[in-house]
Design a protein around this ligand. Sequence first.
Ligand code: ATP
Ligand code: ZN
Length: 306
Amino acid sequence: MINKVIKLNKNRVRLAIQKSGRLSYDSQKLLKSCGIKINLQKSSLIAFAENMPIDVMLVRDDDIPGLIMDGVVELGIIGSNVLEEKCLTRLLTEEPVSYAILQNLDFGICRLSLSVPLDMRYSGILSLKDSRIATSYPNLLKRYFDKKNISFKPFVLNGSVEVAYNSGLADAICDLVSTGATLDANGLKEVETIYNSCACLISRKIKHLIPEKRIFIKKLLNRIQGVIKARESKYIMLHIEKDKLGLVTDLLHGAEQPTVLELFGNKNKVALHMVSSETVFWETMEQLKLLGASSILVLPIEKMME
Ligand code: ATP
Ligand code: ZN
């Protein structure tokens, strides 16, 4: 079925995203924000965009790097942790490792960390010499230990890594963490970060793509960058006395050149409009107020193109 679809659509760009899991909602949301209309159905493995030459394949995240490197799809959204681990595995098995990272994305942010029992006296990585460590990322872990020239015993588990410690099968674990709450609940403490990860958009090497696909991917990348920029930015409007304008712009870091408008019936004050590439915190709003600013509005931006 998939082969038939792929043959039928060889002029369309194929993008692989996670079918269900921590990256699937954000990946789908990103495509939607880029104006791609897809009708995703739970049971199907592929969805065709109605309004653009792109088809979306829904797969397990672990399969995405291989789909790119073996030339089955042109684009993928994947956690850099999985990508890096797969690259190390493929290097060991002498399979081709070829891809390009087009863009780091603003979701899937987590770290691969080493955790030990709460009551362990941990005094640095040497404390784990020759320990049995449970992980789903044996290659990333080995690279870390090899760099420090320390030996350890890997114990590979795909999922439920903290259970390995609870059932006495491992001395420590190396797993993904975002808040650390799960570790705490399992009687573990985080001691070393092995790898910092985020979701990223990857592609086949550009030289393997036909010109039409290159053009479309460039256009999609521009939209993705616009979406990320817009999500990070805010539109700020306020009223301020003319002689305080400099103080206000000093406060709003990451802001572009402001627009200054006359206020009807008030010669001393002006309206200031600006895009800030940073979140505006309540503290900044309070400082603006102290400078005498009024009618302060901070608005989200939906789309942005520079
Ligand atoms: P699949 O069934 O597709 O194989 P999975 O169980 O391997 O899914 P998930 O738990 O859905 O994977 O995680 C997918 C990716 O999401 C991880 O590889 C990582 O990049 C990212 N991720 C994992 N944990 C977190 C977290 N706590 N916060 C944010 N992102 C995370
Ligand atoms: Zn997976």
